[in-house]
Every structure is written in C-alpha cells, then in structure tokens.
Design a binder for this molecule. Sequence first.
Ligand SMILES: O=C(O)C(=O)c1ccccc1S
Ligand SMILES: [Mn+2]
Length: 261
Amino acid sequence: TDPSALLGNLAEALATGAIEVVDLTHTLDQDFPVIVLPPEFGQCARFRMEEVSAYDHRGPAWKWHNFTCSEHTGTHFDAPSHWISGRDVPNGSVDEIPAERFIGPVCVIDCSDGAAADEDFELTPEIIEAWEAEHGRIPTESWVLMRTDWSKRRGAAYLNMREDGAHSPGPTPAAIRLLVDERGIRGFGTETVGTDAGQGSHYTPPYPAHFYLHGAGRYGLQCLNNLDRLPPTGAMLIATPLKIKNGTGSPLRVVALVPGR
Ligand SMILES: O=C(O)C(=O)c1ccccc1S
Ligand SMILES: [Mn+2]
C-alpha cells in the first residue's frame, strides 16, 4: 500500500475516533512517589517546580516555571546505559537511540487478578506462554506491558514499603529472559515504580529485568497508567524520551493508539 495513503488513513482514523489515543502517563507533581533504594545508595529525586513569573513584575506577559527531577522520576523511560549490563551497548543513552525505536506494537499481559491477591506476584514463563496460547506468539520487537492495576494505588500503597523493602509485582529472571532472548521484545513496561519486582534485588541476578533488558540493548517503561484501557494485542505504543545527552532515561508522555471499540 502507498505509504502516503497509510498516513492519510491514520489521520482520518484519528479524526473520526476509529483509532483512539490512550494516555498511559501519570501527572508529574511533587507528590508522585519515586523509587527508594537502600540508604547506602544515591536516591531518586522527586519532581520539584518553582514559578519564575506569572504575568507579573517578574514577567509581565508570561508565566513559566523551572523544574528539577531525576531521569527516573514519574512515568519514565529506561535506556540500556542505565544498567551496568548495558554500559557498552551501542546507542545506549536516550539521545542516541534511533527515533524509529520509539513507536511500535504493544502486547499487554493482564496480571491484575494475581497482583490483587499477592503483592509480590511474579510474571512467569508459564503465564507468558498461556497468554500466547490465547493471543498468539509475542512478535519480535513488540513492547510487552505487565498490567497489574498498580497505577490505581495511591499514597504509601504504591511503593508498598515494609521493613525488608518494597513489595510489588514483577517478572522472574526466567520470564524476562524468555521475553528478551526468545521473543526479542523491544522493551518491557510496568505500572509499578520499577520494571523489576519490589523484592527484585533478591533474584539472581539482582534486578533481572534491568539486567537482561538493558544488557540486550532493550528498554524499560515504568510508572505506566491506564493499562486496563489497552487490548491484549493490536495497539501501537508511542514512547519518546527527552533527548538528554548521555541520559540513562527520561520522564516522558507515553500514549497508545488503540482501535476504537
Ligand atoms: O530504573 C529505575 O527507575 C529503577 O527501578 C532503579 C533505579 C536505580 C537502581 C535500581 C532500580 S530498580
Ligand atoms: Mn528507571
């Protein structure tokens, strides 16, 4: 088909609502939780914003702010250079990743019932294969999102910290190796504060999602929202990080193009 016609069809489908745009992003504000690491390590900055002017003596006709945050604050993108396993991956920082990698098909594995019953729920190869039995094999270069409805949690329940650290769902090492090594996914996304489970430091290797995804030059998305509005297959994900020089990640707006109901 003529590529110009394809783009014309997309424009028409967006205008008529035949294709919906679903926002998968949380609002960035100072209250949104950030990952808490063991106290001996550097910590993630929360989002902070200061007003520079507001149509006043500081700027009579304009309003603007300065803001500060981590590369890993809020709904954000993880680049391969974020992890030691990806330190030597070509095009490993957000400014070097080719732009065509930021738009692609997306599969959504619904683990919401499991996560509701067990805060340390694990995505396993068996769950992935059962999903494929119903929806078909996960295509190479797909994004795979683990739906847990964790984005509906508020306050302390989101990080869900206890005396031994965070308790939140995530993939086992075998699950992430199946997705990365066998299915060749583009990236893995979660609603939780990390692509790894809250207790991910206790796996071998520690933080297996970060280790295997980024070691293979693949990407992560964290703190996603509204995954319950996505179909298991058939949507397209648009996730374009800020072009930060040598950046290991970036807060970003993530949206999905979804066939209208
Ligand atoms: O990438 C992140 O935001 C994240 O989850 C993380 C960041 C730094 C250290 C460990 C982890 S587990
Ligand atoms: Mn991150």
